[in-house]
Design a protein around this ligand. Structure first.
Ligand SMILES: C[S@@+](CC[C@H](N)C(=O)[O-])C[C@H]1O[C@@H](n2cnc3c(N)ncnc32)[C@H](O)[C@@H]1O
Length: 211
């Protein structure tokens, strides 16, 4: 089973790859970002948004969209991989970034956020932490929101596929735990084609909105 450590992610981003998951070029990924963004833009006046936190921001493919969409916002991206953040700083020089485990980093944050985004990253915490610890993380995250939303997009794979943290069972645990502290105010499922490793397959993902 994969060990989702800092070394694992640093290695992924450092293999001469700016974009190991093809976030900048994949239509599937771009569509997912646009949908997540649209959900927030339909509910928050973009000019009135002043503070955004992006957990597991990776190489900044979504961060650069946040910078354009919310002209008055201070945007903070957090990622465990310094290699990823090197790329994110290029993609979104206007944003600030902190390198570290998001659970640890959020314990030191003093601001309140209008929007928190967590795209394709929360499930890694279920590998690093116990369910109780994940609950504590969720509790802390609720305290960071000020009259705002947490938006999370996550792939849902069949359990037979090798990447077990992204399977349906893990996602159900993730959602249930998030719902112990947040209220779910939006949920949509999308099934779309994505081209990876030379072949096109259908993938399912969900976008969740919590307040
Ligand atoms: C699949 S990528 C998603 C990147 C980005 N959110 C996006 O959708 O474009 C997952 C990211 O989460 C980061 N990550 C994984 N575990 C983390 C943790 N405990 N704390 C902070 N970042 C983490 C990884 O380094 C990686 O950049």
């Amino acid at each position: 089973m994969t060990d989702y450590s800092q070394d694992h992610f640093n290695e992924l981003y450092s293999e001469g790859e700016r974009d190991p998951w093809k976030y900048f070029e994949s239509e599937y990924e771009q569509q997912k970002y646009d949908r997540t963004l649209r959900w927030a833009l339909d509910r928050k006046e973009p000019e009135a948004v002043t503070d955004i936190l992006e957990l597991g921001c990776g190489n900044g493919a979504f961060t650069e969209k946040l910078v354009s969409a919310f002209p008055n916002a201070d945007i903070l991206g957090v990622d465990i991989s310094e290699e990823a953040l090197d790329k994110a700083r290029n993609a979104a020089p206007e944003a600030d970034f902190i390198c570290g485990d998001m659970f640890e980093v959020i314990q030191g944050l003093e601001r309140k956020y209008d929007l928190i985004f967590a795209s394709e990253c929360l499930y890694y915490l279920t590998d690093m932490y116990t369910i109780q610890e994940f609950r504590d993380f969720v509790d802390l995250a609720t305290n960071l929101l000020s009259n705002g939303y947490l938006l999370s997009a996550n792939i849902h794979r069949e359990p037979s596929e090798e990447n077990s943290v992204e399977d349906r069972e893990t996602m159900a645990i993730l959602q249930t735990t998030l719902e112990t502290s947040f209220d779910i105010v939006g949920q949509n499922t999308y099934t779309e084609k994505k081209r990876t490793e030379g072949r096109t397959r259908e993938y399912e993902y969900q976008i969740w909105a919590f307040e």
